[in-house]
Design a protein around this ligand. Structure first.
Ligand code: NAD
Length: 302
């Protein structure tokens, strides 16, 4: 069997088109567009390239984008005051603070200072609680898990009653996606098992999965014989395993590998996400979806 590829690059385009259309309609009817601010402290190259991509995507869908770059030696008090300013700014619907932050700043304190109704990353404890309760309580599902669920739905994979096995229990992927898949509702209603470094017989758990979601950060952790024939395999892992010269640009680029042995797994799975080009492109896409949602909440549209 050769699995169907679930391509994040294609699903991203569909969703960004939908967002662009909706932004134009809201602008026409209400005279406003979503406003997103990205606060970048210092000049970490990885953070800068991620922020650049967020800005580019925000512009593409018609948002107002504010990039607020702050020096690496900004004090915690000044950063908190900045967040307070954006919490009270009517034109801003989403606030992002790019991590990591420099040592003098308590990351937790900063993230918890963001108004939960503008926390489009979905990491504030209030939004984590809302996600846990589920249903109408949920405002901003965290972006990577939201992207994973969207991919499963758009690939037409049945989730109701499905055995979902999640490998990994991090706060940004494993725990929230497990929680989302067990809720009642579309794209969920599954029977969920979470496995991690304390789990015995990892292989036996994975072999039960109709939907296997792997977010461990270990290249090729999941072997082909762990996959149930026909299963949907979502590989969240992004592992740098070397470098190569890009054919396009001639520059050195990282060789990326997922947590699943892709070449062998695609002969067994029913559908599978590639790395790169699978879950990766979905995170910023869902950030845009959450920012639009934030404006819609404010306008009483949802
Ligand atoms: P993490 O290190 O915070 O958590 C990894 C989890 O996997 C842990 O809970 C651990 O218990 C489990 N784990 C690790 N090794 C294991 C093993 N041998 N057996 C069983 N369980 C094991 O990582 P994270 O932030 O959740 O990210 C996981 C992977 O997903 C990373 O490769 C990361 O780069 C990638 N990621 C991708 C995106 C994206 O594509 N947008 C977003 C977030 C994370």
């Amino acid at each position: 069997m050769t699995a169907t590829l679930i391509k994040g690059t294609v699903i991203r385009e569909e969703i960004l088109e939908e967002i662009t259309k909706e932004v134009a309609e809201i602008k026409e009817k209400h005279g406003v567009v979503p406003g997103l601010v990205t606060i970048l402290v210092g000049a970490n190259p990885a953070s800068m390239s991620y922020v650049t991509l967020k800005i580019k995507t925000a512009h593409r869908v018609g948002f107002t984008e504010v990039q607020d770059s702050q020096p690496n030696d900004i004090s915690e008090a000044d950063l908190l005051a900045l967040i307070d300013k954006y919490n009270n700014d009517e034109s801003i619907n989403g606030i992002l603070v790019q991590l990591p932050l420099p040592k003098q700043i308590d990351e937790k304190k900063v993230l918890n200072a963001i108004d939960p109704d503008k926390d489009v990353d979905g990491f504030h404890p209030v939004n984590v609680g809302r996600l846990m309760i589920g249903g109408d309580e949920v405002k901003f599902p965290p972006c990577t898990p939201a992207g994973i669920q969207e991919m499963i739905v758009r690939a037409g994979v049945e989730t109701k009653g499905a055995e979902v096995v999640v490998v990994g229990r991090s706060n940004i992927v494993g725990k929230p996606i497990a929680n989302m898949m067990l809720q009642k509702g579309v794209g969920a209603n599954s029977t969920v098992t979470v496995v991690h470094t304390g789990t015995k017989n990892l292989d036996a758990h994975c072999q039960r999965a109709d939907i296997l979601i792997v977010a461990a950060g270990v290249p090729d952790l999941v072997k082909p014989e762990w996959i149930k024939p026909g299963a949907c395999v979502i590989d969240v892992g992004v592992n740098r395993v070397g470098e190569k010269i890009s054919e396009k640009t001639g520059n050195k680029i990282a060789i990326l590998k997922g947590d699943v042995d892709f070449d062998a797994a695609k002969e067994i799975a029913g559908s599978i996400t590639p790395v790169p080009g699978g879950v990766g492109p979905m995170t910023i896409t869902m950030l845009m979806a959450n920012t639009l949602k934030s404006l819609k909440f404010k306008l009483g549209m949802i």
